[in-house]
Write a protein that binds this ligand. Structure first.
Ligand code: HEC
Ligand code: HEC
Length: 293
């Protein structure tokens, strides 16, 4: 009732309810104590010997209905029901829900605080905490990074290989989860021809595998001209841009010539969604601990 759109409707409901109660009371008393109209009824005879009766209703009916009326009035005075009047007890469903949330929150407050203040090592050696973390990860991240975080289909990075495109410190990993990430590797099909691309691919393959003399391959010149701004002179990448290390054994989008050619011609835009609003601080801390254990 309290959320009725305007006080007009509130007043309307109050008038209607009180009106009906008064009318019912009047009816009750007039039926039981009003002037009897049965006079004369007994005289009507139907079907030769069938006489119409005029007996009053039993008194216990009166007491029953009266008690019900009194209980209704008491109820309407104590609890919300009369328009916008919230009742003497000020009971409200919303408040009850808020109260139970508050008591839930205070009950778990010590656990929450302990998770936030525990040393990372301590957290990582707590089996129950790590199980909670694994479940939270599975539910929120599993569809992309796979249940255990080993990545999926060359599209969603492996989070268990110790290789962090956006930085390996706890703060950077937490930042990736909270704010999300958006990588932007441009495609080069309009500025490089097929030969230049295939030169680049063979240079990257050899450079990445640490083959000696790779730096004298023709692809190296193109690399120096177009790629060092993001991937660095030595190919180790740039965590601020999410540009991956190209001289290690980890290939996010695959190590085959085809996969690398596709990366170079079409480009790649990997998007990691932000979880700041979807997870609590405790959940994020647990996941970070779980991922780096
Ligand atoms: C504007 C910055 C930028 C430039 C310039 C750039 N890259 Fe990238 N590159 C990235 C980013 C960011 C990613 C990661 C894309 C993702 O995660 O979706 C990436 C990914 C890659 C990958 C995939 C690595 C893997 O592990 O699968 C390769 C290969 C690559 N770049 C090669 C190159 C080459 C060769 C050039 C020069 C022709 C180049 N990039 C120029 C930013 C850049
Ligand atoms: C919709 C798919 C999706 C979901 C869900 C998702 N991620 Fe990601 N995540 C990605 C993609 C794609 C990337 C790679 C972004 C890029 O190309 O740089 C990524 C990157 C990351 C990175 C950075 C990796 C690095 O090498 O620096 C971290 C950390 C991460 N995710 C953690 C999580 C966690 C924890 C969750 C769950 C709370 C999660 N992700 C949920 C798609 C997802």
């Amino acid at each position: 009732m309290a959320d009725l759109p305007s006080s007009f409707w509130g007043g309307w409901v109050v008038a209607l309810t009180i009106g009906s109660l008064i009318w019912l009371t009047w009816m009750l008393f007039s039926v039981f104590f009003g002037k009897s109209e049965s006079d004369g009824h007994d005289k009507i005879t139907w079907d030769e010997n069938l006489k119409e009766g005029g007996h009053p209703a039993p008194m216990w009916w009166f007491w029953l209905i009266l008690t019900a009326l009194i209980i209704s009035v008491i109820y309407l005075m104590l609890y919300p029901g009369l328009g916008t009047f919230s009742g003497i007890l000020k009971w409200s469903q919303t408040e009850r829900i808020e109260d139970s949330y508050a008591s839930y929150a205070s009950e778990f407050e010590p656990v929450r605080n302990s998770v936030l203040s525990m040393e990372l090592k301590e957290l990582q050696s707590d089996v129950a905490m790590m199980n909670t973390a694994a479940n939270t990860f599975e539910r929120n991240c599993g569809m992309c990074h796979s249940r255990s975080g080993y990545g999926l289909a060359d599209r969603f990075p492996n989070l268990r290989d110790g290789e962090w495109q956006w930085g390996s410190t706890l703060a950077k990993i937490e930042e990736s989860i909270r704010n999300g990430r958006r990588a932007n590797m441009p495609g080069w099909s309009s500025s490089l021809n097929e030969d230049q691309i295939s030169d680049l691919v063979s240079f990257l393959q050899q450079w990445g595998s640490g083959v000696e003399g790779a730096e004298s391959l023709p692809g190296k010149q193109t690399y120096d001209r177009l790629c060092i701004g993001c991937h660095g002179i030595d190919g180790t990448g740039n965590i601020n841009l999410g540009a991956p290390n190209l001289v290690d054994t980890v290939w996010f989008y695959g190590k085959t010539d085809e996969a690398i050619t596709e990366t170079l011609t079409k480009g790649r835009v990997g998007i990691m969604p932000a979880f700041e609003d979807r997870l609590t601080d405790v959940q994020i801390r647990l996941i970070v601990a779980w991922l780096t254990r």
